[in-house]
Design a protein around this ligand. Structure first.
Ligand code: ARG
Length: 579
């Protein structure tokens, strides 16, 4: 209950400064735990108050800080007030800290901890559409698609936890010339039997072969164009084959996404908006925005000076649509269907320009809601390979993570007692992939390395899972299913206090992640929590302590486990109970 303290301190400041709480709270934050026995729990930034016009910004800032600090007296909540450099530090009463922070747990609502904070009251709680994963049928599912999948899932989870209505959408690459190739190629290289046995693999092979063949012989290239024309004219037979490819792909993907703990409410795709595309083109035409370029393509001028120095192509010279034209129609359709309050697209950064153009084109068609759309770009992953070579399918990565993790686990005793070690290895392996991916800023590129990803020590997903499993085992072994009353004064050891001080920051970090949609804040918080728990494990044994002390410590560990588990779930990780 960080906000209990934040509010009390804000109230104290309000009466002193004759200002509203809203003006003050943004300058007040929990202090990151750097060392044991850290005395400050919250700090007030005087610089921020000056910048926000709450305090006069003339005069010496340090004098101002010290003057204000000296006017604030300890009370029933605050034990000590002191001036730092440009900040005022607040220390709350230790017993109250223990009591208030542990109060919300064990009442069947543990997973709500931090989420009902006052910090979130200003956030928009409407409908959020998140579009992510979005692979292309018959093509590779590359590391970029994996990143999009896990990042989009995180954003959707976070928004949902904060009370938004979330629509999870997968926008498949299910239209375009490649389906001409695939359709025509299937006649030559395809096999219905194989398609059923091993759909993704077979479609990919047919597509690769068809591509090679089309390059060397004009015949197949011609047949491909012909097939795509038939598709665009919605000829039954062609459409039925395409439909089969699409359905079989979606079913396969659903199965693999499930392993990842990912699901979608809607599978849409580039094929879904063909009427919309025609409408968009007509509207552009009607508004006099559609120009014909020298090469015969249809373009829209996006240059600020109207001199065609920057144009966006929306129509090929043969009259077929492009990626961006389909995206325009798709965005409009989504608005009509879902009236979203925000829409988030998650793709790698090479598509940033595409989305910039999309968000620029929408208002020219009168869609002022374009400002509710946001692109979340991420960097490239280099060198993600499996033993059989480059990553082609999502399943390959998951299998590889599971197999490697299982091998690492085989050395441990507990693995031998496990009922289903594969399942645990899978969950731990996925946690490792996710943490590796979420640790830094999403925009950074990184080089993938299995050994580093799966390390048990250090800041990895394995370490988070290990910490969680260890906390579960502690509770299991103590046999204390029920959380009973406890005496707060038995939890005043610095190591335990440090854990609680750290929990004071949870809602602030969730808030940061909700603002910039970067998982790194939450990841950093959970890793730090795990390190603090490791020290607490060492210094605050449960076994061998008196019953009261054991009871109180279990309460602390139980709370830490809850927060760890709910934070992990928001990241898209299923916490394991044994490993
Ligand atoms: N299928 C595309 C690709 O693999 C990603 C789609 C992204 N979303 C969109 N609305 N354009 O590159």
């Amino acid at each position: 209950m960080a906000f209990f303290f934040r509010q009390r301190i804000a109230e104290k400041l309000c009466s002193r400064l004759q200002q509203s709480e809203d003006a003050i709270t943004p300058a007040l934050s929990a202090v990151p735990v750097f060392r044991k026995q850290q005395s400050a729990d919250f700090k007030l930034s005087i610089g921020l108050l000056r910048a926000r016009g709450v305090l006069p910004s003339s005069g010496d800032i340090q004098q101002q800080t010290e003057h204000l600090a000296s006017q604030l007296k300890p009370d029933r909540v605050v034990e000590d007030v002191s001036a730092g450099s440009g900040v005022i530090n607040f220390k709350v009463h230790r017993k109250l800290l223990v009591q208030k922070m542990l109060e919300p747990f064990g009442k069947g609502q543990d997973e709500m901890f931090g989420l009902n904070s006052d910090l979130f009251s200003s956030l928009n709680r409407g409908t959020t559409l998140v579009e992510y994963s979005s692979p292309n049928i018959a093509k590779k599912f590359h590391a970029g698609h994996l990143r999009s999948t896990v990042i989009g899932n995180f954003i959707a989870n976070l928004k949902q936890s904060l009370g938004n209505k979330v629509i999870r959408m997968n926008y498949l690459g299910d239209w375009g010339m490649q389906f001409g190739l695939l359709g025509a190629g299937f006649g030559q290289f395809g096999c219905q039997e194989e398609l059923k046995q091993n759909p993704l693999q077979h479609l990919f092979e047919v597509y690769v072969k068809a591509n090679q063949e089309a390059e060397s012989s004009g015949g197949l290239a011609q047949a491909a164009r012909e097939f795509f024309r038939r598709l665009e004219q919605r000829e039954q037979e062609a459409l039925a084959l395409w439909q089969q490819f699409r359905e079989i792909t979606v079913t396969e993907y659903q199965r693999v996404y499930e392993r990842l703990g990912v699901h979608f409410d809607v599978y849409s795709g580039e094929s879904s908006h063909q009427d919309g595309v025609q409408e968009v083109l007509q509207q552009l035409e009607g508004r006099g925005l559609l120009k014909t370029s020298e090469r015969g393509t249809g373009v829209v001028d996006l240059s600020p000076d109207g001199d065609m120095s920057s144009v966006c192509t929306v129509l090929r010279s043969d009259g077929t649509s492009l990626y961006i034209t389909r995206d325009l129609a798709a965005a409009i359709d989504r608005m009509e269907r879902y009236s979203f309050d925000e829409m988030i697209y998650v793709t790698d950064k090479s598509q940033s320009n595409h989305f910039r153009q999309l968000f620029q084109l929408l208002p020219t068609l009168g869609h002022s809601w374009a400002d509710r759309c946001r692109h979340v770009p991420f960097g490239l992953v280099r060198g993600m390979k499996t033993r059989s070579g480059d990553v082609v399918f999502l399943e390959d990565v998951l299998d590889e993570a599971r197999a490697r993790m299982l091998r690492n686990m085989e050395q441990s005793k507990t693995t031998k007692q496990m009922e289903n070690p594969e399942e645990t290895a899978e969950k731990v392996g996925i946690a490792a992939l996710i943490i590796q991916d979420f640790k830094g800023p999403l925009l950074s590129d990184y080089t993938f390395d299995w050994d580093r990803v799966l390390q048990a020590q250090g800041d990895t997903g394995v370490f988070l899972q290990y910490t969680h499993a260890r906390l579960c085992s502690l509770v299991r072994r103590s046999g204390a299913a029920e959380v009973r009353d406890f005496e707060p004064s038995l939890l005043l050891d610095p190591t335990g206090v440090a854990v609680l001080q750290h929990l004071l920051r949870y809602d602030e970090l969730l808030y940061q992640s909700a603002q910039d949609l970067q998982p790194k804040h939450l990841v950093g918080f959970l890793l730090k929590l795990s390190h603090l728990i490791a020290s607490a494990h060492r210094e605050l044994p449960v076994k061998g302590s008196s019953q009261e002390v054991a009871q109180a410590r279990l309460r602390l560990f139980g709370a830490a486990r809850s927060v760890l588990a709910s934070g992990m779930s928001i990241l898209g990780i299923a916490p394991v109970e044994r490993m």
